[in-house]
Design a protein around this ligand. Structure first.
Ligand code: GDP
Length: 456
């Protein structure tokens, strides 16, 4: 295992109040002592763990910055190695200079995620916990943050360990009974095992089902607003976004013509393709072309189709309806503050999900939120202590486990000899192990940690 000393800027590379340079590894303290000069003249080597030291980063005789240095000796650190964090001024130039000096004095630049990888390799956290670190950092809403924090604290790991324990217990029993039939009887064993497999499958099924919610919670619902000009798309978006006109990101594969807004509806994120943001023509189809528009509509988890309730539907509405039929659509009958011209019944063809709203008066947004929760979280709000799977890798491992358990069931049904059971039970055990990183191949670990940001 690598124990060489690594260093990176752990905070964002923009100018900010403070910045942190993190150093970890066998020589972290020696390296830090080479660049840091404490005001009280003491070296870090002779200082106690978990202490903070005031002084200067020096490049030879030149003072580079005035800093606080945090000292965390192995094993009580994020990586379990000796770790020093230099709390400096958060200018990009000063942070870069300090990192350069640290590297010149014996550390090497860390790879993305390498600190967390060491925490994993040194056994402080398991793989599912390590992965949740990225999720905590990337969380876009309360649900996502909360579920990834749970996972960091071991919710998924504990569940997996509990399931594995039950499985390994049975495998051990079968092996013992085969080796030592005098003391361990396999009479009636298949009934007992069938019951247990059913119980395990039920639990795994629940976890697998939670993954759909998990994906929605983590990534948000990919949403497109469509509707002809002047029905109120921009106004609705403004109401949804509220005062904070959201974080706007470019959508991959597009130029500036389409933007995505992140809206937080009672904890659920909607990533809305902002066709209303297209100024010259409000018509997504006209602006980005029919093919592109279809592509967005095809990819969307949800389409918000806006009509003006106070005016008759036109040929333009018809065209849009053709494009969105058979998709997951909520019809927003906007301008409910005005005299109603269109009846709900006229829209039933498009979707059973129809809501009257008034962007002008802000009415109907609660109904929309409730409907989205109903549609995507199957009515249950997942903000409780339930274990939720949010990671595709975990989901796949659980699906494999489920498959192996099915095989055990089949062997029982076919009255196969007991050692057949244990092969598939062990496969199930191993698949579960992937979630927490047992028996994981090096390249898979590399791939997982490369998704981290620098300094984490
Ligand atoms: P878009 O072209 O679909 O984005 O429509 P806009 O949001 O620009 O709205 C078009 C016009 O309808 C504007 O004058 C809005 O003030 C008005 N409008 C939007 N929503 C409502 C509503 O709920 N009630 C009323 N009375 N007017 C609305």
């Amino acid at each position: 295992m690598k124990t060489d000393t690594i260093a990176a800027i752990a905070t964002a590379m923009t100018n900010a109040g403070i910045g942190i340079i993190r150093i970890s590894g066998e020589e972290a303290i020696i390296v830090a002592d080479r660049v840091f000069c404490a005001k009280n003249g003491k070296t870090l080597k002779e200082s106690k763990s978990h202490t903070i030291h005031y002084g200067f980063i020096m490049d030879g005789s030149e003072i580079i910055d005035e800093v606080l240095v945090m000292l965390m000796k192995s094993p009580n650190s994020y990586t379990r190695e000796d770790t020093v964090e230099i709390d400096c001024h958060g200018g990009t130039l000063v942070m870069q200079r300090i990192l350069d000096i640290v590297i010149r004095c014996g550390a090497r630049p860390a790879e993305p995620g390498e600190f967390t990888k060491r925490a994993f390799l040194n056994g402080r956290i398991d793989l599912s916990q390590a992965e949740s670190v990225i999720d905590v950092i990337n969380a876009k809403n309360d649900f996502a943050l909360r579920s990834s924090l749970h996972q960091l604290q071991g919710s998924v790991s504990n569940k997996i360990k509990e399931l594995r324990k039950k499985i390994i217990h049975e495998t051990a029993f079968i092996e013992s009974a085969i080796d030592d039939p005098e003391h361990y009887s396999l009479d009636d064993y298949s009934t007992h095992l069938s019951d247990l497999i059913l119980e395990l499958k039920t639990e795994i099924k629940r976890l697998l089902d939670s993954a759909d919610n998990g994906k929605i919670l983590k990534e948000g619902i990919h949403t497109v607003i469509v509707g002809k000009p002047n029905v109120g798309k921009s106004s609705i978006l403004n109401v949804l976004v509220g005062s904070e006109r959201a974080i706007v990101t470019d959508v991959a594969g597009t130029t500036r013509d389409v933007l995505e807004e992140h809206v937080n509806l009672n904890g659920i994120s909607l990533n809305i393709i902002d066709t209303a943001g297209i100024r010259q023509t409000d018509d997504i189809v006209e602006k980005i072309g029919v093919n592109k528009a279809k592509e967005y509509l095809d990819r969307a988890d949800l389409i918000l189709y806006v009509i003006d309730r106070s005016r008759d539907l036109t040929e333009e509405d018809n065209e849009i309806e053709q494009m969105i039929k058979d998709k997951n659509v909520i019809v927003l009958m906007n301008k409910s503050d005005l005299q109603q011209k269109i009846k709900e019944d006229d829209l039933k063809m498009i979707s059973e999900h129809i809501i009257s709203i008034s962007a002008k008066e802000g009415n109907g947004i609660d109904d929309l939120t409730a409907m989205i929760q109903q549609m995507f979280l199957h009515g249950q709000v997942a903000l409780n202590d339930e274990v939720i799977i949010t990671n595709v890798r975990h989901k796949n491992a659980l699906a494999q486990t489920f498959e192996s358990l099915n095989m055990v069931e089949e062997s029982i049904r076919n009255q196969m000899p007991e050692d057949f059971y244990s092969i598939d039970l062990l496969n199930a055990y191993e698949s579960l192990g992937y979630v927490i990183g047992e028996k994981i191949e090096d390249d898979l670990a590399d791939e997982i940690f490369s998704k981290f940001c620098m300094g984490k």
